[in-house]
Design a protein around this ligand. Sequence first.
Ligand SMILES: *Cc1c(COP(=O)(O)O)cnc(C)c1O
Length: 431
Amino acid sequence: MKFYSTNNPGHQVDLAEAVIKGLAPDQGLYMPEEIPVLSKELLDKFPEMTFQEIGYEVIGALFSTALSQEQIKELVDHTLTFDAPLVKVEEDVYSLELFHGPTLAFKDFGARFCSKLMSMLMEKSDRKVRVLVATSGDTGSAVANGFLGVDGVEVIILFPKGKVSELQEKQFTTLGQNITSLEVDGVFDDCQRMVKEAFLDVELNKKLLLTSANSINVARWMPQCLYYFYAFSRLPKNDKKAAFAVPSGNFGNIAAGILAQKMGLPIAHFVAATNVNKIVPDYLQGGLFAAKPSIATISNSMDVGNPSNFPRLLALYDNDDQELKSQVSGCFYSDEETVKAMQSVKDKGYTMDPHGAVGYLGLKDFMAKNPDYQGVFLETAHPGKFRETVEKALDLTLTLPERLAAFMDGKKKVEALGNDFEEFKAYLKSL
Ligand SMILES: *Cc1c(COP(=O)(O)O)cnc(C)c1O
């Protein structure tokens, strides 16, 4: 199986190189050269199969030319240690709860798969991989927990001092072992810039094997297609078409849904829902793709001004932008609208986090115009992860799940760092 760069289809690498490099040398994103299509007979069996069994089929179809059957089983078993229930919220409206993993956000799926695959690929090597991560919250915790204790891999997390919630911070700064947290005297953009500079620094890359574990990495991006297959198989069988609404930031999650569609899953429509960081909705509604500085909102994991997976959306539709625009519609919502949706759905007995609420709004607006559909919105985080916002919006006190509360007892261990690349470089050289 080969992967090409979205900047140059002639540049092709194997799975190991795509995963260890993360980003192509020409800064393009890696894409599978061929997308396998599952037969209708197989898809028709999914409703009777478990999440794991569906996982073996889907991951097997994608990776069987690069990995053995045992490796595929091991990867799926390591990734799917928790469920993703499809919960009915209203007539024809379902929430796909992706927050039952160790750090209570959907990023656990990709992070667990990515860490396991990297350790498999490095097994025969005596080199150590260093995973550099810049985080504004959720990515750091999912990646750190996914990689904790993994042999041959060391994770270095850069986060902006005082800009991450205490709960989010505790989820990666208290772990120790192969996880190091650097508290940067700056903002998230500084962290991201320093990590990018490290990947481009010739001297550092001669000395160290550096990689990334954000959603540009195929090992984090591709396994996310799994839960689309699972959710679809659990929808009631009727003559309604299926729409999936995805609360989006860097657009890795929705791109994985489109990958599932390209593999033969008959999803009829996607809704890309964002907060006021509406770069992609603007594009889908006929504008140009224009990156902008990000705006802070209550759905802060989607405060992205330059969505990094955008080239993948186009690549999945063979760079046919009309086809992309007909299959995917874009919409965006203000914080006020998001809070109102959380309140009205709470009155019906279901608690949404602010990100899921953006997805819910997108789905409802689409279904109002398209009554022949049933729909799923992706609930990407546990409401407890955004406790203050949820408690204020809904006027209640949330009880934190035990595994989240447990992090609060841990002791924070960090190293301080300025926001200057040379200081970060000196730190990396000293390893
Ligand atoms: C990361 C994140 C998103 C955005 O996902 P993308 O794949 O970047 O579009 C949405 N919701 C939550 C809770 C997240 O942590």
